[in-house]
Design a protein around this ligand. Structure first.
Ligand SMILES: CC(C)(COP(=O)(O)OP(=O)(O)OC[C@H]1O[C@@H](n2cnc3c(N)ncnc32)[C@H](O)[C@@H]1OP(=O)(O)O)[C@@H](O)C(=O)NCCC(=O)NCCS
Length: 198
């Protein structure tokens, strides 16, 4: 699939209950609400954040919007009902020639368990394959992060490898699971992300 010649500085994805949109300056308090939460960040290499660290993250994300060509799509996750920002997700092009990109997601712990991450991850996969023309998407998680692994499985990803003690996070060595999904399998699965991008 060819990259569509459309403006990629302002991407929006819609799912049944969520809008994934570009970050704004004014998102800082909502981003910091999840980024400073110890439960939210317990399996992550970063966090819990200081306000300064969250500000650096947000400024980086805002900077990515100006990339030409765009490599990183950091998106805020907004619940349509109350317009609350509950987390972030991303697509990053790792290898443009091989058409490989990585997905990521983080939700405030108060928003867990409602299927939001699966909904967002499906939209990211659809965007990566159908808008960016990727052939393969990758995602990784701490082997103890069962919820994250389940999200990867639910969008059709399959375990590719397990890296033993490759990270030292929050005082202990961690194993990393590497999951992937190729475009042909995605198409065959005909995943119904019910997403529209503009
Ligand atoms: C991982 C994360 C994004 C999941 O968000 P979520 O909105 O709760 O995910 P969903 O509700 O879409 O799906 C979670 C699935 O994991 C399952 N799950 C949750 N906790 C689990 C556990 N401890 N053991 C096994 N399965 C678990 C849920 O039952 C659900 O699966 P099901 O629909 O088959 O029942 C969220 O926990 C999070 O933000 N964690 C912190 C950041 C993070 O770890 N990000 C991933 C980095 S690799």
């Amino acid at each position: 699939m060819q990259m569509k010649p459309k403006d990629q500085s302002t991407v929006t994805m819609k799912t049944k209950r969520l809008t994934l949109r570009e970050f704004h300056d004014s998102d800082l308090p909502a981003v910091h609400a999840y980024a400073q939460d110890a439960e939210t960040t317990k399996y992550l290499e970063w966090g819990p954040n200081t306000l300064k660290e969250t500000t650096v993250f947000l400024n980086e994300s805002l900077g990515f919007q100006k990339e030409q060509p765009r490599v990183t799509f950091d998106m805020a996750i907004i619940v349509d009902g109350d317009q609350k920002l509950i987390g972030a997700c991303s697509v990053t092009i790792l290898d443009k020639k091989k058409r490989i990109s990585a997905l990521g997601y983080v939700l405030h712990s108060k928003a867990w368990g409602q299927g939001y991450a699966t909904e967002a991850a499906n939209a990211l996969a659809k965007f990566a394959f159908e808008e960016l023309g990727m052939d393969k998407i990758l995602a990784t998680c701490d082997a103890m992060n069962l919820a994250s692994e389940r999200v990867m499985q639910k969008i059709g990803m399959r375990k590719e490898s397990e890296l033993a003690k490759d990270k030292f996070i929050k005082g202990m060595y961690r194993d990393t699971l590497v999951y992937s999904l190729d475009q042909a399998t995605w198409t065959a699965l005909n995943a119904s992300a019910d997403t529209v991008t503009d």
